[in-house]
Design a protein around this ligand. Structure first.
Ligand code: ADP
Ligand code: MG
Length: 757
């Protein structure tokens, strides 16, 4: 089953609460009203019963007074003269009008004397047995008879009221009386015709449970018509307690009953009002109220639902939004709900989450792209590194032998000039392979304290060759020493790359300014820029007045292979190499650029406080040879031969080995003489470090110089050689080789410094 929506459930809940509350309230109000209503109607009915009883009493006493008055005026001769008696009776129209069954005079012996209207055949009839006669004679007072069936009008049910006729001494001489037909046309009979509402009725019942008057004429003078126990309230009333309450009538109908005893006789006036009708108004009201509650509930339900829908609309929108979220285009993924209430807070929290998620996704993708790029660069780098390594060996031979030749030759001979050219070309080639290694970042970093301003002065010539004539080149250099630990070759490459880019950005000419200076990054700067270590830096900035870049381009320029230049013109590697080099130096690079206004790159290199001393300005020491035995272990024939030639020509004894295992064999043969190992790092069978470790076991005092085209990073990073050991980077010039060998043999070099790792 589908769950009801929140708003429907809320509407139902509110309506249910409303119904419960209203129902309870109405229940109490209704029961109170019911009680009050019933009491009021019961009281009213009793009042009515009382007033009817009173008027009945009045009527009866009026009749009795009239009878007494007539009895008093009766001439005594009439007692013996029926004719006169009849005339007397006939002359009493007021009495006649009261008694619809007529009036009569009875002798004290119980025989009718006369009656009016006249009835034949009544003379001599003895009625002394009649209850009313006996009571009337005995009581000497006006008397109301019990109802009875009339003797002369067959079937007629009647009541007789009498008054005695006295002589002067108070003896009863006769009885004057009148008779009512209980089904006739008199005040008693009228009672039976009174309607209370539509179904209510009035009746008279006597103390002995005989019905005297009743709308149902069948019941009249029925004795014991309501046996005790049938109508509890009547039973109670007959004991003399006036009563008005609900009860069950003898016919089983629930009625509101009021019983009132008459003063003049032992009759009770009763009103029975069937509850059905008596309470009908109330029941009607109750029905209306119930209907009202139901209608009210429906209205409340509807209203709450509508209000809820209004209130829930933003929530519904959020729910729908989330439902459709996976298919939404990215620009529609944020919720458009103003914060303010809880729903607004929810919406903005959601939006924040989405933005965060998007950012994370972006970061993730960027990282992934970077990773991919790094992997690519890594493999390209490995390839380049591999090529450079072999290339270096060849260059070592060329430069080496060239160097040896130079030493043998006269400074001023013509061939010497050619040779110098060849060696310098080879050195350029070596530079090229250095560049390749810089790109692969596996180049030996020969960081030395370098004066950056000086470096730029030296480069000025090369740089101005890079830029075209319509570009004005200016170098603003700080006079004092600006010394950073730097690999001059690499920094040159950085400048070359930046200047090349500047040139490309200014196809129609412009200005190129290279500046150097001091910069200090304090905590503030670091915080503001989000990078860097506080400290002093040497700053090189390269500014052009070229095309500049937009923000998007600026974000990507350091990525390898990112270029905006046409195919064949740009490789997209320039700035990534710059970046790599700067990082390697523990520096920072940033760019400031605006479209059409030019670009400034700033490079920060950690400043060193030590005295300036540039590699170039060092004095060239006089080369010294020796007689020590050196084991040259090198797999490349040319390099090996160069080393041998160079060393032997300076007096050393050289033993050659072609790989790691060979090295161990040759060492075994000459272990007592060998004083120095010239060890290539990467070799087949056993690498340099393994060979060194092995040999050190028998000759802990053995000296060693490692050589390789690979950088220190790789070698130490991979644990190929230990830090602190002497190292020369290929290609090696004879000068370099010889001075290094002498240094090591003389124990001059602290391994942890200078050319070491
Ligand atoms: P390439 O020069 O081969 O395109 P780089 O990595 O050197 O690759 O530069 C990447 C991109 O950075 C360039 O294509 C260019 O869009 C932008 N760029 C670099 N330097 C500048 C500059 N000085 N002025 C404007 N754009 C530059
Ligand atoms: Mg470039």
């Amino acid at each position: 089953m589908k769950k009801l929506s929140l708003k429907t459930r809320m509407a139902l809940a509110v309506s249910a609460l409303f119904v419960i509350f209203v129902a309870v309230l109405i229940h109490f109000i209704m029961s109170y009203l019911e009680r009050e209503f019933k009491r009021a109607i019961s009281d009213q009915q009793f009042t009515l019963a009382s007033s009817l009883a009173k008027s009945l009493d009045d009527e009866i006493s009026l009749i009795q007074s009239a009878l007494i008055a007539s009895a008093a005026r009766l001439p005594h001769q009439a007692l013996t003269d029926p004719g006169q008696a009849r005339r007397f009776l006939d002359s009493k129209p007021s009495l006649l009008s009261m008694f619809d069954n007529g009036i009569f005079l009875i002798s004290k012996e119980g025989r009718p004397i006369a009656e009016s209207p006249y009835l034949p055949n009544r003379k001599g009839e003895d009625i002394s047995f009649r209850e009313f006669y006996k009571k009337a004679i005995a009581s000497k007072e006006p008397y109301i008879s019990k109802p009875y069936s009339s003797a002369h009008a067959s079937g007629a049910r009647a009541i007789i009221i009498t008054a005695p006729v006295f002589d002067r001494t108070g003896n009863v001489l006769a009885i004057l009386g009148g008779s009512f037909d209980l089904t006739g046309n008199n005040f008693l009979a009228h009672l039976g015709r009174i309607n209370i509402g539509k179904t209510g009725y009035v009746f008279l019942v006597s103390n002995d449970r005989t019905i005297i008057m009743h709308p149902d004429q069948e019941d009249i003078i029925k004795s014991n018509a309501v046996p005790s126990g049938l109508n509890k309230l009547l039973d109670k009333a007959l004991t003399g307690i006036a009563a008005s309450d609900e009860t069950i009538a003898s016919n089983g109908v629930p009625v509101l009953a009021s019983y009132k005893r008459l003063q003049s006789t032992d009759w009770f006036l009763a009103i029975h009002y069937p509850l059905d009708e008596a309470y009908a108004p109330f029941h009607k009201v109750r029905r209306y109220v119930t209907l009202g509650i139901l209608a009210g509930t429906a209205v409340v339900l509807l209203m709450v639902w509508v209000v809820m829908r209004r209130f829930m609309q933003p929530l519904t929108a959020i729910a729908r939004h989330m439902e459709e979220f996976p298919n939404k285009p990215s620009e529609q993924r944020l919720l458009e709900i103003a914060p303010g209430d809880e729903i607004g807070t929810l919406a903005s929290a959601f939006n924040k989450m989405i933005v965060e998620m998007d950012e994370q996704e972006e970061r993730h993708q960027k990282l992934q792209a970077q990773l991919l790029q790094v992997q690519k660069m890594e493999s390209v780098g490995r390839l380049a590194g591999g090529v450079a390594h072999d290339f270096n060996n060849m260059l070592t031979a060329i430069i080496g032998f060239g160097g040896l030749l130079q030493m043998d030759m006269d400074e001023d001979s013509r061939s010497r000039g050619y040779l110098d050219q060849m060696v310098s070309a080879a050195e350029k080639a070596a530079n090229l392979s250095q560049g390749l290694l810089a790109f692969s970042r596996k180049q030996m970093r020969s960081s030395k304290p370098a004066d950056l301003s000086e470096l730029i002065i030296k480069m000025k010539k090369i740089l101005s060759r890079v830029i075209s004539e319509d570009i004005e080149f200016k170098a603003v250099l700080k006079g004092e020493n600006l010394i950073a630990m730097a690999d001059s070759g690499q920094i040159e490459q950085v400048l070359l790359n930046l200047v090349t880019n500047a040139r490309d950005a200014m196809p129609r000419g412009g200005q190129l300014i290279i500046e150097t200076g001091l910069a200090e990054m304090d905590d503030e700067y670091v915080k503001a820029h989000g990078y860097g270590e506080p400290g002093k830096y040497a700053l090189i900035s390269v500014t052009d007045t070229g095309t500049g870049m937009d923000e998007e381009t600026k974000q990507k320029i350091f990525e390898p292979f990112f270029t905006t230049k046409e195919v064949g013109k740009g490789t997209g590697l320039g700035l990534s190499i710059v970046y790599g080099i700067v990082k390697q130096h523990g520096g920072y690079i940033n760019v400031y650029s605006e479209k059409e206004s030019g670009t400034t790159f700033r490079i920060y290199l950690p400043l060193i406080q030590s005295e300036a001393c540039t590699g170039e300005s060092r004095e060239v020491p006089v080369l010294k040879g020796g007689t020590e035995t050196i084991l040259v272990i090198e797999d490349d024939v040319q390099v090996r031969q160069f080393s041998r030639t160079a060393l032997e020509s300076f007096g050393y004894r050289v033993i050659e080995a072609v790989d790691g295992e060979d090295a161990l064999r040759r060492f075994e043969e000459h272990k007592d003489h060998v004083q120095l190992l010239l060890l290539d790092v990467i070799m087949p069978k056993k690498n340099g470090m393994e060979v060194y470790t092995e040999i050190k076991k028998t000759r802990p005092d053995i000296q060693v110089i490692f050589s390789s085209g690979y950088t220190g990073d790789v070698l130490t990073g991979k644990g190929i050689i230990e830090e602190g050991l002497s190292f020369i980077s290929k290609p090696v010039s004879p000068h370099e080789l010889l001075s290094k060998v002498r240094e090591i043999l003389d124990g001059k070099v602290n391994h942890k410094k200078g050319g070491g790792l």
